[in-house]
Design a protein around this ligand. Structure first.
Ligand SMILES: [Zn+2]
Length: 396
């Protein structure tokens, strides 16, 4: 069914009254229902700069004080492995982050718990415990060995983002200028089949279009794009998903979890960011200043002061959700903010994990029902997770 947004959008005489009513409704909704965010880059942030997340932290987009305010029940914590570690060090870097997350949970068992399965996530929510679900972003540490996939499942990893910003031994990345495999490698195909058997979810955010279509071809289970947005709003940008891909994803029973990055949400902002990078690099080149020097940082700051950033809005995020719903219905979209992974490009009104009620209020304002909101906040993603859990029960 295609849902048509209908209620009062932009037409209410008393917008601030409507806004506060909807915000109250959003906060009440989040008290009763599970909201999961499927991509937060917390572990690598803490590994580099440890902070006590039980208190409001001075840096970063996530801590438990703000998560509670934002009505967040749980988050997939991305164990992020940079492409520079592809040749060596990937396994250790991933393990250090998993160790760190386990330690944090162990130290704060009164408010935190891991959720390696859906049932535990639901129990944690009832017991007022915040849930972390672990995910691996970049298949580099798999190192061409299926035993490593099993190892990471045992350590609690529940989805694997196949690649990051460069092609790897599994598949091609959307950010890489060249093709290495034209989609999945032979090992990548084996990996997909094994992931299906053991019930590890497949994340297609970051991969190239050809990889996406190879994954659809070889996966027997629904897949997820855990932090991607709609290419419709950023024409030609392969990191986001095209309308055709979203339709094929829906046919697969999968889900797209909308990324909050301003570059992901609006083509004009993406264009500005590209120009900024290009112009700064030209200035540095002209002045023969190394890009990792202090002077380079000063030039970047001066450029940013002279050219203030433009940010997307809550309405832009809602437009992406509307777009998926208009294309394929309400069952295939959710939230994968990419908090702690985006830097200074978060939308106005969605600057950190305390902000989810603003988005929920906007969606209520656009006419979404509570039933629909439950699907966006968790049920759609949980459907994909469940199909993987059931496959594991049948096959192992
Ligand atoms: Zn990412």
């Amino acid at each position: 069914m295609v849902y048509i947004p209908s209620l009062n959008h932009g037409k209410c005489a008393n917008k601030s009254f409507l806004g506060s009513t909807m915000l109250k409704k959003a906060n009440n909704f989040l008290k009763k229902n599970i909201l999961i965010d499927t991509h937060i880059d917390l572990p690598s942030r803490l590994l580099l700069n440890m902070e006590d997340i039980t208190k409001q932290t001075s840096t970063g987009d996530f801590d438990l004080v703000r998560a509670k305010k934002g009505g967040l029940a749980g988050a997939f914590a991305a164990i992020y492995v940079p492409v520079t570690l592809e040749e060596s060090g990937a396994l250790n870097f991933a393990n250090s982050q998993i160790d760190l997350m386990e330690e944090i949970v162990r130290e704060h068992q009164d408010i935190l718990a891991l959720a390696p399965d859906i049932n535990t996530l639901q129990q944690n929510h009832k017991n007022k415990l915040f849930s972390f679900i672990l995910a691996l972003e970049n298949g580099a540490p798999i190192s061409g060995n299926l035993e490593n996939l099993h190892y990471f499942f045992e350590r609690g990893i529940r989805y694997l983002t196949l690649a990051h910003s460069r092609n790897n031994h599994i598949c091609d990345s959307s950010y890489d200028d060249s093709e290495r495999w034209s989609g999945l490698s032979d090992f990548g195909i084996e990996l997909i089949q094994e992931m299906n058997l053991i019930g590890m979810m497949i994340d297609v955010s970051h991969v190239s279009d050809k990889t996406f279509y190879d994954v659809l071809k070889y996966s027997k289970l629904p897949i997820a794009a855990t932090h991607s947005s709609c290419r419709h709003f950023t024409p030609g940008w392969e990191r986001n998903m095209s309308d055709e891909m979203i339709k094929d994803l829906a046919t697969n029973g999968g889900v797209i979890q909308i990324n909050f990055g301003s570059d992901f949400l609006r083509g004009d902002i993406l264009e500005r960011s590209r120009n900024e990078k290009k112009e700064i690099s030209e200035i540095l080149k002209r002045l023969s200043i190394p890009s990792d020097s202090k002077e380079a940082d000063e030039i970047r700051d001066a450029y940013k002061t002279a050219n203030p950033k433009v940010f997307a809005t809550i309405s832009d995020v809602a437009n992406h959700i509307d777009h998926v719903v208009d294309l394929v219905g309400i069952d295939y979209v959710g939230i994968g903010s990419d908090y702690d992974g985006l830097g200074d490009q978060l939308p106005e009104g969605l600057k950190d994990v305390s902000s989810y009620p603003n988005l929920i209020a906007e969606l209520f304002n656009r006419g979404y029902s509570e039933e629909y909101m439950k699907k966006i906040c968790s049920d759609n993603f949980i459907r994909v997770w469940k199909s993987n859990e059931e496959s594991r029960k049948t096959n192992t």
